[in-house]
Design a protein around this ligand. Structure first.
Ligand code: HEC
Ligand code: HEC
Ligand code: HEC
Ligand code: HEC
Ligand code: HEC
Length: 120
């Protein structure tokens, strides 16, 4: 599956989003229905319980960040989130801190490193 199947970048928008469970069921009504994890999934959809996803990547609201701009500039998911396609579960593989952002911006001569590049 493509990342964008579950994480479409809404247009206009800067976020990738997390799919609603009902979207998972478009396949899992018939795929691996007997798997314990899929049974649990089907039950939450029937009971309309939203999934309790644990947020992994999260930057404070006072930092400007747009997926759209980064993807348009050619940066790939893996550069910021690691080799997701080979992982069973995600952890914070790259620090999404000021230092982490600048570790990519500085060598690529992105922006001016002036504070207002990322902060109002
Ligand atoms: C386009 C179809 C499709 C969609 C949409 C989809 N899946 Fe799957 N999923 C699969 C297929 C195919 C497998 C592999 C099943 C197998 O190995 O028998 C799978 C496997 C899984 C498994 C592992 C089952 C196991 O133990 O092997 C889980 C858990 C799972 N999916 C959860 C989800 C969740 C959560 C979503 C929604 C965020 C989702 N899936 C959306 C097709 C899909
Ligand atoms: C079958 C649907 C599906 C596909 C395909 C998929 N993801 Fe996800 N992704 C999810 C769901 C559901 C979560 C939330 C899971 C959780 O929190 O345990 C998630 C979580 C994430 C997160 C963590 C978000 C956060 O901060 O909590 C990242 C990053 C991510 N996915 C990137 C990717 C990339 C990159 C790809 C392609 C290589 C991809 N995903 C493919 C369904 C999918
Ligand atoms: C330049 C670095 C970078 C790239 C490239 C990138 N991400 Fe992210 N991603 C982030 C940051 C930073 C956050 C946290 C955003 C926030 O807290 O507002 C994030 C958050 C997410 C989330 C959580 C939900 C959301 O929208 O905030 C998902 C899902 C995700 N990314 C998927 C992807 C996928 C899929 C790709 C490739 C198509 C991708 N990302 C490319 C840095 C990146
Ligand atoms: C893997 C490399 C990489 C990482 C990591 C990265 N960026 Fe960027 N960033 C870029 C590139 C390349 C551009 C140039 C985009 C363009 O020319 O439009 C950019 C542009 C920007 C811009 C200006 C465009 C806009 O959206 O207004 C901001 C703001 C920004 N990055 C913030 C961040 C923040 C905050 C982080 C850390 C959470 C981060 N970036 C991490 C590569 C990266
Ligand atoms: C490339 C983007 C980027 C640039 C440029 C940048 N910052 Fe940040 N800044 C961040 C991110 C991401 C965070 C949140 C994560 C962290 O604390 O590292 C942050 C956090 C902060 C915080 C809060 C720290 C805390 O402990 O809560 C302050 C204060 C700050 N920045 C000031 C500045 C100043 C002053 C400059 C200019 C010298 C600057 N920033 C330039 C991305 C940036």
């Amino acid at each position: 599956m493509e990342c964008a199947t579950c994480h479409p970048n809404s247009d206009p928008g800067k976020d990738m989003g997390i799919p609603p469970l009902s979207e998972c069921m478009t396949c899992h009504e018939t795929v691996a229905q007997d798997d314990p994890a899929i049974r649990k999934l089907a039950l939450s959809v029937r009971k309309k319980h939203p999934a309790q996803w644990a947020r992994v990547y999260n930057i404070p609201a006072f930092v400007r960040f747009s997926h759209r701009r980064h993807l348009a500039a050619g940066t790939r998911c893996e550069e910021c989130h690691g080799p997701v396609a080979t992982r069973d579960a995600l952890a914070l593989e790259y620090p999404m801190t000021q230092k982490g952002c600048l570790a990519c911006h500085v060598p690529r001569h992105v922006g001016t490193n002036q504070c207002f590049f990322c902060h109002d």
